[in-house]
Ligand binder design. Structure first.
Ligand code: NAD
Length: 618
């Protein structure tokens, strides 16, 4: 641009690096047809907060801008923008608002035949116009979340090789050892704050999907933005492809991943070590690394290996724990007793079960019960039956919940024998909560707690309808995948709660990145669970909901993040200085906007000084 115009931007322009930008100009909203006027911006920048918008376009002008999903506004480009960018004539001669674009997307969406088509359609939109994509998601998150996340994302991963259109995120393979930092340099964004990584070995309850598991980090990070408000440019999905043991994929000519068996052992560990270090070197020690859908042979040991060294957490273990415990805490408001009054039986003893059990133990301890007694209130059943002392096949994690008791094989017998107050299904065994089990639970509990958390829907231990019907409406139910409301013959209608991790990880991610928290402790997940349970209203509980409505998830994430930030500052875990006095207000200033006018603040943040950036969010 005209150098006179930019002189006054001094430090800021310096940061933007004048080489990268071809023009910086201000536009007055009062100029109805928006003739763009360049102005001397040195004085304007200080006074412009409410009255003007700043546009910064990269040097890659014109055609490239219309092909760049971060910048593309399609027919929402005004005439003057089209002239400035040199794309006049490259778009239909019509100027539409984002509202109209939303309408067009929704109409197209309605024409899709099934959920997989809807998924492909939304991903295509994300590739073309990111702001519009998030506008669509946020226009009705309840409707779109089951498409971009569980359950449809599971189907999408199973078909990923077939529906693959455009790469998104980074693909790093076992053969890239020694070069990971170079690969990270290839990623165009410099200010990444959250990485979501998988090796695809245990995708939802669907097993080893190899490189096709990339759909999971992509979906999770879309929710960081849609639910937590994190700018998408700050989020990086990563697939660590070490091969797959899935024979069907290995034989599939369309498969997009490495065509050999999984590499394990030292080579695998070296890859992970190098990856963790390379990410932290490039993006900072406070760059969040979320582990997603690793098989439990790796998930637990990687978590304990890295949790005190890097800013990391495992969502399948800790995020799940937090959302499940939030559901239990909300359920306590119905059963009107304490966590330590409950006996819990888990169907499944994997990542989800261990994470939930650990957090339940912490919640009981917080009520004053000694740890050994808390642990004794938790029982687990795995594929070999009840976990008891001296049984075969006990891993270190399972050993902790092995009690003195005769071994029992059958879940029905276990339930009848132990008479738990709560059963939690996390074994991905469809229908495991039989009619008999549910009726038994209702016979020895006034308000039995029944959580069928296995995903996707086809793997759920029971349906919402079965739970409410067999307990005559007394069951307190939550599921992993969404279920429709249920009306019993008595006329009572229930709205089953979805114990969706999306209530937790976007808020945790937002708090961790906003407060530059470098170590994510277990307590953070208990704080998140308590904050989430607190947001459930009495009306929600009366309708059977153990979670706030998904439609309020943006607000929920911010409130939850504010609680975590408070806790982190009280416990010297947040490194951002100065400490924001009003945490919620501070978090709100950081959140991504789908407004086309806010390119600057969302696209370019100054990592050195977040407060300076805020002053630039015009
Ligand atoms: P995992 O592979 O770590 O654990 C599965 C466990 O189930 C293992 O302990 C295995 O021994 C046990 N199991 C297998 N067959 C069994 C059988 N017949 N009877 C009893 N136990 C059996 O998996 P995970 O991460 O713990 O996830 C399990 C399920 O929970 C998946 O369906 C996942 O989608 C779901 N999940 C739900 C949520 C949520 O709702 N928020 C979160 C995480 C996981």
């Amino acid at each position: 641009g005209n150098s006179e115009d930019t002189v006054g931007l001094d430090a800021r322009i310096h940061l933007l690096s004048s080489r990268q930008f071809s023009c910086v100009y201000l536009k007055r909203p009062d100029m109805a047809h928006g003739l763009v006027r360049r102005e001397s911006v040195d004085t304007e920048m200080h006074t412009a907060h409410d009255t003007r918008k700043t546009y910064v376009y990269t040097k890659k002008r014109g055609y490239d801008v219309t092909r760049n999903p971060h910048l593309n506004k399609a027919m929402a480009f005004s005439l003057e923008e089209r002239l400035q960018l040199g794309v006049h004539g490259l778009l239909p001669p019509c100027f539409v608002s984002q509202d109209i674009q939303l309408l067009r997307v929704l109409k197209n969406y309605d024409m899709k035949r099934d959920d997989l088509d809807r998924y492909i359609f939304l991903m295509g939109l994300q590739d073309r116009s990111e702001k519009l994509f998030y506008r669509v998601l946020m226009s009705d998150i309840e409707r779109f979340m089951p498409i971009i996340y569980t359950p449809t994302v599971g189907l999408a991963c199973q078909q990923y090789s077939l529906i693959f259109r455009r790469p998104r995120g980074l693909f790093i393979t076992i053969h890239d050892r020694g070069h990971i930092s170079t690969i990270l340099q290839n990623w165009p964004e410099k200010d990444v704050k959250a990485v979501c990584v998988t090796d695809g070995e245990r995708i939802l309850g669907l097993g080893d999907l190899g490189c096709n598991g990339m759909g999971i980090p992509v979906g999770k990070l879309a929710l960081y933005t849609a639910c937590g408000g994190m700018p998408p440019q700050q989020c990086l999905p990563v697939m660590l492809d070490v091969g797959t043991d899935n024979e069907t994929l290995l034989k599939d000519p369309l498969y997009i991943g490495l065509r050999h068996k999984r590499v394990r052992g030292q080579a695998y560990d070296d890859l992970l070590d190098e990856f963790m270090k390379a990410v932290s070197d490039r993006y900072g020690m406070d760059c969040l690394i979320q582990f997603e859908d690793f098989a439990n042979v790796n998930a637990f040991r990687l978590l304990s290996k890295y949790r005190n060294k890097y800013c990391t957490f495992n969502d399948d273990i800790q995020g799940t724990a937090s959302v499940a415990v939030a559901g239990l805490l909300a359920a306590l408001r119905i059963t009107r007793n304490k966590m330590s009054d409950h006996t819990v039986v888990f169907q499944g003893a994997g990542e989800a079960a261990m994470g939930i059990a650990e957090l339940i133990t912490m919640a009981m301890e917080k009520e004053g019960l000694p740890r050994e007694q808390c642990v004794r209130k938790i029982w687990m059943v795995d594929s070999k039956g009840l976990i008891v002392k001296g049984r075969d096949h006990l891993t270190h994690e399972k050993e902790r919940f092995a009690h003195e008791h005769p071994h029992m094989k059958n879940l029905d017998d276990v339930i009848r024998q132990l008479k738990p107050t709560a059963i939690i299904g996390v074994a991905a065994v469809a229908g495991a909560f039989s009619e008999q089990i549910i009726r038994d639970m209702a016979s020895f509990n006034e308000r039995p707690i029944i959580f069928a958390l296995s995903n996707p829907t086809s793997k759920a231990e029971c349906t919402a309808e079965q739970c409410y019907t067999f307990t005559e409406g007394r069951g307190i139910f939550a599921s992993g995948s969404p279920f429709d409301s249920v009306t019993l013959p008595s006329g009572m209608t229930f709205y089953p709660g979805q114990g969706n991790n999306a209530y937790i990880f976007p808020g945790v991610g937002l708090a961790v990145t906003a407060g530059a928290i470098r170590c994510i402790t277990e307590e953070i997940f208990l704080v998140a669970a308590e904050a989430l349970a607190h947001l459930v209203t009495e009306d929600d509980l009366a309708e059977g909901r153990l979670y706030p409505p998904l439609s309020s998830i943006r607000d929920v994430s911010i409130k939850l993040a504010a609680k975590i930030l408070e806790y982190a500052y009280e416990n010297n875990m947040a490194t951002l200085r100065p400490e924001p006095s009003d945490k919620e207000a501070y978090l709100r200033t950081l959140t991504y906007s789908t407004d086309y006018e806010e390119f600057v603040a969302d696209s370019y943040r100054w990592p050195e000084d977040s407060m300076t950036v805020q002053s630039c969010k015009l």
